[in-house]
Design a protein around this ligand. Structure first.
Ligand code: MN
Length: 131
């Protein structure tokens, strides 16, 4: 058994709006290892840019209310204790509600030779406010 503690890192502004921190749970993928997990903390109104995961992604909300949206769909509120499942390749974003912090556990698979996420444009204030 190995006990690890990865340092908190701030997510890069190229791919996020507002302050978002990541606590990696899993170590960088070893050969043959595909599952990855991290705890992500969003400040109020902070959110990812539009993106897709080639291997899909599962988001379990631990605190607050998450806002999630798939391209072409409505913005959905996901409260703590519920889970959003993003199929492989589905373009989406996720973030905090305007008035509170939100923390979710993110679990995703990396496919051989592919990035964990393919990033697009930022979610505009108009898109974020379109609830
Ligand atoms: Mn995602």
């Amino acid at each position: 058994m190995e006990i690890t503690r990865n340092a908190t890192v701030k997510n890069p502004p190229e791919w996020f709006t507002g302050d978002v921190w990541l606590d990696p749970v899993t170590q960088p993928a070893a050969p043959g290892q595909q599952a990855n997990a991290g705890i992500v903390r969003f400040a109020p109104a902070a959110r990812t840019a539009w993106h897709a995961h080639p291997g899909g992604q599962t988001l379990h909300v631990l605190e607050g209310v998450a806002l999630v949206q798939a391209r072409g769909g409505a913005i959905v509120e996901v409260p703590a204790g519920q889970t959003a499942v993003c199929p492989p390749g589905e373009e989406h974003w996720h973030g905090a509600a305007p008035d509170s912090f939100m923390t979710h556990l993110a679990v995703w698979d990396t496919l051989p030779g592919q990035p964990s996420a393919v990033w697009g444009e930022h979610v505009t204030d108009a898109e974020y406010g379109a609830r």
